[in-house]
Ligand binder design. Structure first.
Ligand SMILES: C[S@@+](CC[C@H](N)C(=O)[O-])C[C@H]1O[C@@H](n2cnc3c(N)ncnc32)[C@H](O)[C@@H]1O
Length: 279
């Protein structure tokens, strides 16, 4: 591992706004953010860190929003600025990327923004039933190969995980430059009868921007968004709720439906270049 990465990995271990594979957090995020705010207000007294094991469970008073596959956490930080009375957590496995967002949140005193370094596959270990209000999935790897479809973060396999902690009316937002991931997610929504709220294959197009559906939070830009890896030159956006059961039996039907999707993007190879550029 490069020297710069090692320095960032070491730094986030000392950051009170980053937790790595935290234990016993379900139901305690309200208390965690309260402690983070107190720490910010008491910096002169120099409280060194938050002891997660000492947090008491508190009734949630602030909406809790997750950014999955957050990378540098532009959405967690950007939403944290726009909505100071909500709490935001970015999740990613890469500590050097999380370091960026966590450093900005610390520098700017955003005590409503935190990060968890973990595998998204383990996300159910960190949140209690109904603890989460919204989920943003921002420019995830589209996993274009048919054999990798189950790794797509909007595959029912993942949606079932999210259901274990997302409120019934909680919204999932997907922002992607990949027409294939957009089409795949639309197929999932349709097949499982989920409630589609908004879908556009041109988020920044004049029609959508001038429509009543436009919201300021859509304009937050992420690092990968800037790379235009899918070369689609269009940002696709979908939002939907997960307030229905997702029958396992339908997974085979989904597999058949998506087998026909044509692979038109070169995301995988370009993603590797993008990754190199970031490291
Ligand atoms: C294409 S990048 C997008 C990053 C960021 N959202 C952006 O738009 O700039 C995908 C991110 O997902 C993370 N990731 C992929 N699979 C993951 C997993 N299973 N668990 C945690 N993070 C994962 C990667 O580390 C990477 O930072």
């Amino acid at each position: 591992m490069g020297q710069k990465k090692l320095i960032k990995f070491a730094a986030i271990k000392e950051y009170e706004n980053v937790l790595e594979y935290p234990q016993a957090m379900p139901g305690k995020w309200e208390a965690f953010f309260l402690a983070l705010t107190q720490l910010k207000n008491n910096t002169k007294q120099g409280s060194p860190s938050i002891h997660v094991d000492e947090l008491s469970i508190q009734e949630a008073k602030h909406p809790l929003v997750l950014e999955l596959a957050c990378g540098r956490g532009e959405y967690a930080v950007g939403l944290g600025r726009l909505f100071p009375h909500q709490h935001f957590i970015g999740l990613d496995i890469k500590g050097n990327r999380i370091w960026k967002g966590a450093s900005i949140a610390k520098r700017d005193g955003l005590s409503n923004v935190a990060f968890v370094r973990t595998q998204i596959d383990q996300v159910t270990s960190y949140f209690a039933k109904n603890e989460v209000d919204e989920i943003w999935i921002t420019f995830p790897d589209p996993q274009l190969r048919f054999s990798k479809a189950k790794k797509r973060l909007t595959h029912p396999k993942f949606l079932r995980l999210y259901q274990s902690f997302l409120k019934a009316k909680g919204i999932v937002h997907l922002k992607t430059d990949s027409p294939n991931l957009y089409l795949f997610t639309q197929t999932v929504i349709e097949l499982y009868g989920l409630n589609l709220i908004t879908a556009t294959d041109n988020l920044y197009g004049t029609d959508f921007r001038q429509s009543e559906k436009w919201e300021d939070r859509f304009a937050i830009k992420t690092y990968y968004e800037g790379l235009n890896i899918a070369s689609s030159n269009r940002i696709h956006y979908l939002s939907f709720t997960l307030d229905k059961e997702l029958p396992i039996e339908l997974d085979d039907v989904l597999k058949e439906k998506i087998a026909d999707f044509e692979i038109t993007e070169t995301h995988d190879s370009l993603a590797r270049n993008g990754k190199q550029a970031m490291e």
